[in-house]
Design a protein around this ligand. Structure first.
Ligand code: ACO
Length: 430
């Protein structure tokens, strides 16, 4: 007999089915709870709530396992690249050669931006945050493709191949344009013959008489960073994308909402905080020990940034990969960054310290990614934008999964704690 769970409310016992995932994770299916008991569940922050069934990403935080569509992240990191992994996340299977060629062709040929969007850029103040621009621009993109952004699910799904590749391609152009606008530089047009990551670096760093020089090590490192960020199951931004999509909103609008959700410092902004912390330690001439001592004080604002994770209670598998890449990239580029030495020392000290061991705090994906991006020349205020470029295929995969499911509009309940009913008092009598 299949497993069930019993909930006793007053003197009544109610029985609910238990769902079991592919990796044997269990959930009590409470969809009938309110109908049966009149009660709802309370789970602030949803830490104990599965909001959906999903076949995209599996994480075992205790073991430090991350898999996209069943493939271990380590294998993908070594053998795949960002575009192939993007295809896998969106469509569920690794592409064949013709499928990948078709996908890549659509991505590479879609990099250019409509002239009208150049005008939008000119209207933003110079000090606009690149995440604000990115979110506005991704939503605006839909206006140029009304047949793909119809908010009619069947129609939007029919155009998904085009919409997905337009987003994955143009997000680089828009990101590079926001950087150049901020620095008063002229816009550089994409070069479709360059690979995905190098085309982005060309649009960021080329000058009219000094073209960005393709570097395979840098191209590979950026591919890896994007691939490692490409999905992470029901995190804040992905849940936001699904929530927006559940109301029937098109892919462009849903992805734009994902950018807004990612922007916050507790989500996509942590990679910047790590660099600021390492710079501070460097400036203070600390070998890291004072910082570690302060991080153990319990003061939230003194935490060791890039350490700890809500889900991983083990080494984040992405951090393991990036630690190695960091040393390789800096070595190949001949860059000597004192921040890497500080990071290595911090990790060595923290991973042998009782405080961090007892709380299962290990480096997360943000601990080394920033040092690699710095070596490539990407400014710190663009780090969250890089995260968004990487996360886009995951958002698209989740949009597709939701749009092809029978999931109802997402509409959580609440426990109302405001005033009971009271009489309105006219303004002159208050
Ligand atoms: N440095 C020092 N102490 C820490 C740290 C840290 N980085 N992280 C957690 N702790 C301590 C807490 O003070 C707490 O100690 P206590 O039990 O004595 O009170 C204990 O470890 C558990 O902390 P929680 O906040 O309950 O852990 P949670 O799993 O909720 O938090 C989080 C995870 C927010 C990531 C946290 O570890 C943190 O703030 N890390 C630093 C910021 C960071 O790197 N964020 C990026 C996460 S990865 C990503 O989003 C892509």
């Amino acid at each position: 007999m299949s497993e069930t769970a019993k909930i006793i409310v007053g003197n009544q016992t109610h029985e609910f089915p238990v769902l079991t995932g592919t990796e044997h994770e269990k959930a009590i299916d409470t969809r009938e709870l309110r109908a049966q008991t009149g009660y709802v569940t309370y789970d602030d922050g949803y830490a104990n709530t599965a909001s959906c069934e999903s076949a995209i990403t599996f994480i075992d935080g205790e073991q430090g396992i991350l898999r996209y569509r069943g493939y271990d992240i380590q294998e993908l990191a070594i053998q795949s690249n960002f575009l192939e992994t993007a295809y896998l996340l969106i469509y569920g299977e690794l592409p064949t050669i013709p499928q990948l060629q078709g996908f890549r062709h659509l991505v590479l040929r879609n990099a250019a931006i409509h002239q009208g969007m150049f005008n939008f850029f000119e209207a933003f103040p110079n000090n606009s945050h690149p995440m604000a621009i990115l979110s506005a621009m991704l939503n605006s993109l839909g206006c140029y493709y009304p047949e793909m952004a119809s908010n009619n699910r069947e129609q939007d799904l029919e155009h998904l191949d085009n919409a997905a590749t337009i987003l994955i391609s143009k997000v680089r152009t828009l990101a590079a344009m926001s950087y150049r606008m901020k620095h008063g530089l002229i816009f550089i047009h994409p070069k479709p013959e360059l690979p995905y990551c190098s085309n982005f670096l060309h649009m960021m760093f080329s000058e009219p008489y000094a073209e960005y020089k393709f570097n395979p090590v840098v191209d590979r490192a950026l591919n890896l960073i994007l691939l490692l960020h490409a999905d992470h199951e029901q995190n804040c931004s992905t849940s936001t994308v699904r929530m927006v999509a559940s109301g029937g909103a098109n892919l462009f609008a849903s992805a734009s909402a994902g950018v807004c959700a990612l922007w916050g410092p507790a989500h996509g902004g942590a990679n910047m905080a790590v660099i600021h912390m390492l710079e501070q330690i460097h400036r203070d001439g600390d070998d890291g020990s004072r910082f570690i001592a302060a991080a153990k004080s319990g003061d939230r604002s003194r935490r060791l940034m890039g350490f700890g994770h809500r889900v991983y209670k083990n080494y984040d598998p992405r951090a393991k990969i990036l630690k190695k890449t960091c040393a390789d990239v800096l070595g190949t580029l001949g860059v000597s960054d004192p921040l890497l030495d500080i990071a290595l020392k911090l990790e060595e000290a923290a991973t042998h310290d009782k405080y961090f061991l007892a709380r299962k705090l290990y480096p997360n994906v943000d601990f080394y990614s920033g040092i690699i991006m710095r070596a490539i020349g990407i400014p710190v205020d663009m780090f969250t934008v890089m995260f968004a470029i990487g996360r886009l295929p995951g958002w698209i995969g989740h949009w597709r999964e939701l749009a092809t499911s029978h999931s109802p509009i997402h509409r959580p309940r609440q426990i109302y704690t405001g005033s009971p009913r009271r009489e309105f008092v006219p303004i002159d009598k208050r």
